[in-house]
Design a protein around this ligand. Sequence first.
Ligand SMILES: Nc1ncnc2c1ncn2[C@@H]1O[C@H](COP(=O)(O)OP(=O)(O)O)[C@@H](O)[C@H]1O
Ligand SMILES: [Mg+2]
Length: 284
Amino acid sequence: MQTLVNNGPVMLKGLFSRLTGSADEIRRPHARLDKTMHVALDHVSMSYGERKVFENLSCGFPRGRISVILGGSGSGKSTVLRLIGGLISPQTGSVIVDGQDVTGLSERGLYNVRKKLGMLFQGGALLDSYNVFENLALPLQEQSRMSRSEIAQEVHATLKAVGVEDVAELLPGQLSGGMLRRVALARAIIRKPTILLCDEPFSGLDPVSIKRIEALLMAINQKHTITLIVVSHHVPSTMRMADRVLLLLGKRAVEGRPEELRRGPDKEAAEFLNDGMEQPAGRE
Ligand SMILES: Nc1ncnc2c1ncn2[C@@H]1O[C@H](COP(=O)(O)OP(=O)(O)O)[C@@H](O)[C@H]1O
Ligand SMILES: [Mg+2]
């Protein structure tokens, strides 16, 4: 477990393990990043106008694992995902996605990085006037050279993978909350991303649906070795699924394995996780 902010210049053991390097590496500091980290923030400061969200935040999300970003409302959880997706740029620092700094990339560069990313953001992003099939076919039509029958095959296979193969002809408005979440997830993974960003995938769901979506995310992670970065403030599900937790605590952030944080010496982190274990399902 490590405190990531206000803790001196070297934040993550291993992340900057080689402090000297060739001139080329010095020009590209991310070349020194720990290769096990699929995504990393390196000394990131981020403000929206006057509102400072992070100062000097460094953290990492390991390849092929499930990381959960926890924290109170307004602590900056969604901001971390927006930074990784290149939707916003930090004032200082780097955001490394699969070895590449996405800050300051051109639209074309960002486009190439985003091909590796699946995003399940709040609000779902399904188009209400298109049925489920069309909603899933759209990203394939726009961004690949697949034939109509290949697209149809892929849409049905993906719907099957998330357990809703019979809803293709329905409109989003005709689906239950749990089904909608599955379809949104199908849309996020249909282009086979290697990194999946999920913002509060459990919010508003009943306990049974939470466990189902959780199981689905874990299956997706294992079957396709996708790096999963999930924003949540549902502690029980985090304790079940996370390999690693990034806990945003206002002025500082802490990261580590969930059990380690719960038992560890950082009282605030332990308290956050222990108190959260009492949290009823669906109250995100
Ligand atoms: N576009 C924006 N303009 C101004 N402030 C923002 C904007 N987006 C987020 N914020 C502020 O930044 C902080 C972190 O936001 P966010 O990352 O959405 O928090 P979380 O997802 O943890 O609830 C909040 O205080 C929020 O009000
Ligand atoms: Mg949020």
